[in-house]
Design a binder for this molecule. Sequence first.
Ligand SMILES: [Zn+2]
Ligand SMILES: [Zn+2]
Length: 305
Amino acid sequence: MSKNWICVNDSQHVFDAQTAASNGYFCPTCAYGEGILVEGGSVTSQATSDLGLCIMVLDCSGSMNDAAFQNSPISKNELVARSVTAGIYSLIGNSSKEFAYMLIIGFDHEIDILLPFTNLETIFRDYPESKVFEQELLSKMKVKGGATDINEALKIAFNFTQQFINSSISSLGNYAPRVQSVMDNNFELHNIPNVRVLLFTDGGQYTTSGERILPSPFKDLSFDGKNFDLLMSAYYGEVGEKGYSQLLSLSSKCPSHFDTDQFFLFDDPKKVANLKGLFRMASGASGFCPKCLEEANTVTTDNRQ
Ligand SMILES: [Zn+2]
Ligand SMILES: [Zn+2]
């Protein structure tokens, strides 16, 4: 049976699997990088489905091929591919796999879809061996290796996110974003879509057209007439580097922890154990900030006892 891939901007833009793959899962009819393709019928036929979404936006620039630590044979690419895979596969026992969607975007100076919009159930079915998933992800990351266009990557991720939470992606059928209640410091409850976007980079904006980072489009993300910033940023490097300040400038404060940025710093090999936790938190569209991650880790530890 041939599968149809449909543009999120225009459901008349339909392509077969081969054309979709050869265009990197972007619509060849729309302007470059503007129409993400999703698989027709990929969403369950139930009348109304509440869907969760995690978009991972991964740096695949040349520097990601460098060693993750001094005197280590592991590259940053390899570390990320392994941590993403571990994070996703830690959800294998999750009861709502069918309704939890992933989209993995890789960027250097160009944007590629590394994993098209897919639910966790399909990932675990198509890749029963997590090792195979990891290898495939890593090999797609490695073919890139150019400059670093964070602005464009965020723009594409933002457009998809806003369309998704507006329930305007008609090829997904009759769906709504799953909603969760988050309590703020004033004990006020907010309804927030179960959607997270995680930007991971080891450097700042760097393209032939300049090094200026634009304000994050996610600050204007709106749901139900309110603004909720669903972007988390993770920087692999040192405090004080240009990329560090740029990424921090993109971050908003966590809705549950008013004093904490939705920002993660990996500047020490000891913190790398937390990478898996961060990617699991993003995959499960649960927390927002390092304090959320700490609380999630505590709960996981308690459950194991
Ligand atoms: Zn299109
Ligand atoms: Zn938090």
